[in-house]
Design a protein around this ligand. Structure first.
Ligand code: ATP
Ligand code: MG
Length: 430
C-alpha cells in the first residue's frame, strides 16, 4: 500500500465535523465584520512569493514547494496574502469603493521540519482589508480575529502587538541593528550573515538558539519609530483599550514575512506547546505597489487551523455530536426494503430528517445492532405484517416508547409530530 506523505494529514469523517465547526464559525464572524469570501489558485508564479514574501525570509529561502513547469517556475502557496492581493489587483477590486474586505480558507505549503503544529501542508483562515490607512482599520481587523478566537472558545489566546514602522523609520533602526550585531557577525548562522546587510531585522526572527541568544539584547524598533508611525501605533492602542481588547506590546515580534509595515500582531496559545502562534497578521502598506499596483494601504491576518483545533481540543471545547441518524428503518425481504427506501426518501425530502435504511443485506438482529451503533434516535421496523396492513410503530430508542403509525397515510406528519413532541418533553424539567 502506498501511504500518506509525512507533513500531510487526512481528516476522517469522525474529525471533519470539527473542521466544519471552525469553518462555519469563521464564515459567520467574517460576515459580521463585512468580509466576503475570495478564492484564488493553489499555485502562483514563484516570482510572486519571492517579491512579496521577501528574499531574505525563511519562507522563501527554505520552505517553498517549487516546480518547474513548461512556461514558468511555479510555487504552491506558502501563505495567502500574496495570491490574494494578486487576485484583488488583477480583477480590478481596487476600482471598487474602499475598503475592500475579503476572507479565505485555504491550504498552504511549507517545506519545514515536521512536528506538532508544523506541517508541510496546512490550512489557514485568512482575512485581508484593502484601501484603509487609518488605525481604526487595524483595530477592526484585530477585533475580528479576537472575536473569532473567542467564538472558538480560545479567549485564553493572548494578543501581542508591535509596530515595525515604515521604511523611513527602519533606516535609522537598521543602522543601529548592524552596529549591535557587527561584533557577532561571524557567530551568526549563514542565513543571518547574509541578512546582516540586506535585512538585519530578520536576524531577530531567526529560529536558531545561538542567534536568538545573540539577538536577545538587540535594540527594539519601537524606540526608532517616526512621528507618524508612533501616532498610528498610539491611536491603535487607545482604540483597542476602548474596545476592551487586552494586549501586550511585544517589541520582539517582527513577523516572518517582509511585506509588513507598522502594525504587526500575533495571538499566542499557551495550551499547545512550542508552536504556540495560532494567528499572525499586520499591515502591509507597501505590498500592492511592490506588486505593480497603485500605492494602496492594506492589512490582514492568517490563522493556522490545525493549531486552532489543537488549542480548542486542549481547552476542552465542546464540539457537540456529529450529525446522528434521526430514523433507521429495518426491513426484511425485497418488497419491505423497497418500501423502506420510498419512506426514507420522502422523509428526507419533505421533513429534512436524516434517515438510514439497510443497504448491506444484514439479518434483522444485526440491523437492530447497527441502529444502536449509529445512535439512531428512532427505529421503524417493516416486516411482512407491517407491509400488508400498513400498521407499524416508530420506537424512540432512548425511552423505548412506541408511537403507532400508518405507513399508507400521514407517515411523515406522524414522525415529525412525535419527533417535536419528544424534543419538547425532553427539554422540560420533570
Ligand atoms: P511560525 O512562527 O510558527 O513559523 P509563521 O510566522 O511562519 O509561524 P505565518 O506566516 O504568520 O506563520 O502564518 C500564519 C499562521 O499559520 C501561523 O500563526 C500558524 O498558526 C500557521 N502556520 C504557519 N506555518 C505552519 C505550518 N508549517 N504548519 C501548520 N501551521 C502553520
Ligand atoms: Mg514559519
Amino acid at each position: 500500500m502506498i501511504t500518506r506523505n509525512k507533513g500531510a494529514e487526512d481528516v476522517m469523517p469522525s474529525e471533519s465535523y470539527i473542521w466544519q465547526t471552525v469553518e462555519r464559525a469563521a464564515a459567520n464572524v467574517a460576515q459580521l465584520y463585512g468580509f466576503s469570501e475570495i478564492r484564488f489558485p493553489t499555485f502562483e508564479k514563484t516570482e510572486l512569493f519571492v517579491r512579496s514574501v521577501g528574499e531574505t525570509t525563511d519562507v522563501v529561502q527554505k520552505e517553498m514547494w517549487t516546480v518547474k513547469g513548461r512556461e514558468s517556475t511555479y510555487t504552491l502557496r506558502p501563505e495567502g496574502t500574496a495570491g490574494c492581493m494578486r487576485a484583488v489587483l488583477q480583477n480590478g477590486l481596487l476600482n471598487e469603493s474602499m475598503p475592500q474586505k475579503v476572507y479565505y480558507q485555504i491550504s498552504a505549503f511549507r517545506h519545514e521540519n515536521v512536528q506538532k503544529g508544523r506541517l508541510w501542508e496546512f490550512h489557514q483562515f485568512g482575512a485581508e482589508m484593502v484601501g484603509a490607512a487609518d488605525p481604526s482599520a487595524d483595530a477592526e481587523v484585530i477585533a475580528f480575529a479576537r472575536e473569532l478566537l473567542d467564538t472558538l472558545g480560545l479567549s485564553e489566546a493572548r494578543l501581542h502587538i508591535n509596530s515595525i514602522g515604515c521604511p523611513e523609520c527602519r533606516r535609522a533602526y537598521y543602522d543601529k541593528l548592524r552596529e549591535y550585531f557587527a561584533p557577532y557577525r561571524e557567530q551568526l548562522c549563514s542565513t543571518c550573515q547574509s541578512r546582516f546587510d540586506k535585512n538585519p531585522m530578520r536576524i531577530i526572527d531567526c529560529k536558531s538558539p545561538e542567534d536568538k541568544a545573540i539577538a536577545k539584547d538587540a535594540p527594539v524598533i519601537t524606540d526608532y519609530l517616526c512621528d507618524e508611525c508612533r501616532e498610528h501605533f498610539d491611536t491603535l492602542r487607545s482604540l483597542l483599550d476602548g474596545m476592551g481588547i487586552a494586549y501586550e506590546v511585544d517589541p520582539r515580534i517582527v513577523r516572518g514575512l517582509d511585506y509588513y509595515t507598522r502594525t504587526v500582531f500575533e495571538f499566542i496559545s499557551d495550551s499547545i506547546g512550542a508552536q504556540s502562534t495560532i494567528c499572525g497578521g499586520g499591515r502591509y502598506d507597501g505590498l500592492i505597489s511592490e506588486m505593480g499596483g497603485p500605492q494602496t494601504p492594506a492589512l490582514g491576518f492568517a490563522m493556522g487551523i490545525e493549531r486552532v483545533i489543537l488549542a480548542m481540543k486542549a481547552v476542552g471545547y465542546d464540539f457537540g455530536e456529529p450529525s446522528v441518524c434521526d430514523l433507521y428503518i429495518a426491513s426484511m425481504g425485497a418488497d419491505e426494503s423497497r418500501r423502506a427506501a420510498v419512506i426514507a426518501n420522502s422523509l428526507r425530502r419533505e421533513g429534512g430528517f436524516r434517515v438510514e435504511t439497510e443497504l448491506c443485506g444484514r439479518g434483522f438482529k444485526a440491523q437492530l445492532k447497527y441502529a444502536n451503533k449509529i445512535k439512531a434516535k428512532y427505529l421503524l421496523v417493516i416486516g411482512q405484517t407491517e407491509l400488508e396492513t400498513g400498521k407499524a410503530s416508530i420506537k424512540n430508542m432512548k425511552t423505548g416508547e412506541q408511537t403507532p403509525v400508518d405507513l399508507n397515510s400521514g407517515f411523515n406528519d406522524t414522525f415529525m409530530n412525535t419527533y417535536v413532541a419528544d424534543r419538547v418533553s425532553a427539554e422540560l424539567p420533570d
